[in-house]
Ligand binder design. Sequence first.
Ligand SMILES: O=c1[nH]cnc2c1ncn2[C@@H]1O[C@H](CO)[C@@H](O)[C@H]1O
Length: 369
Amino acid sequence: MLGPSRTTGISEHVHPKSRPLTRVELHVHLDGALRAETIWELAVAKKLELPGKGTFQDLQAYLVCKKPEDLGSFLSRFGIILGSVKGDLKALERVAYEFVEDSASAGIAYSEARFCPHLCIPDDVGNSEETKTWTWNVTEALLKGLIRGEKDFGTKINLVATVIRGFSTLWYEETIELAADTSFHQGRIIAIDIAAIASTADEKHMLEKEAIDIFDRAAKLGIRRTVHAGESGPAAQVEFALDTLHAERIGHGYRIHSDKKVYERVRKNQVHLECCPWSSLLTGSISPFEIPHPIVKFFEDGFNVSVNTDDPTVTGTNMDDEYRLLRKWGLCDAHFVRGNFNAARSSFLPENEKKDLIQRMGKAYGFVV
Ligand SMILES: O=c1[nH]cnc2c1ncn2[C@@H]1O[C@H](CO)[C@@H](O)[C@H]1O
């Protein structure tokens, strides 16, 4: 509550200097986590076409999804979001820096944030030489912001380079090359992923040969892999991700709840599920009338599962809101602590850094070890 309490007159407005960094987030899209204020400022400066009457309130109302839609329409907001930063290296550095600040104020110690390099380059970039230079440049700008943010706020963020279902082979290959260029990114691109844009929301695009080839190559090169599956598509897509795309973690995965065999396989093998409560409802992946929600079942049945925000700009939530929703569904602090340690041990950090992270989290929680 802001300001003095009406009943006691005692101020209830708390100003913690810094929040203990006890949380780990493995499924958040950096471009889905821009502040509405920043998008507004950038869009106005660039004279981009704005929704409604062009006011900040209209923009915010447009960006935040308020009731269940489908994945395609949920993702349609990314047009304006990305339009505000595309090809603008200063803006990309800025939003990465702000993302670290927001993560730190949500108590995040470590996060693996997704971005699609090719969605961050200008629309009119033509030949492949230019594309490549641009993708490296936009990545460098994001890394600058993340590293500066880490120094100021203490939260470490690595990147997951995401390819988009339905994109060209050339763009897939450039993403792998970028991820493999460790001397450039200094280990900061920690994995690859496959996600969607509004027009490729249907997971059947993962079956395309280009997508299969790129994950094959990643596995051979030792590049770590997480895959969006079982969100808009059925449980079979999760099996496909595990068997054919060599997925080590699954983004979302809720729909395994409708297939006993896949459900049991994921549980038994402790495949990490990166779950996003609000997003699961707003993308229409799970009906609000589905009780218990699969995420609750995952926690109850001993899955290796974590809690994530996915796209705070579009869901209008932060990690506290996600926990609030889960509490309404019957989960409690012990589940959230478990989720954070699940995320830490399932992160793609090198073993020594992972051990260090787990120890720091333990201390931040106040565990005596
Ligand atoms: O929930 C989701 N499912 C699939 N794709 C998504 C989701 N949220 C965001 N993106 C896509 O991932 C890209 C890189 O971050 C975003 O630009 C968006 O198109």
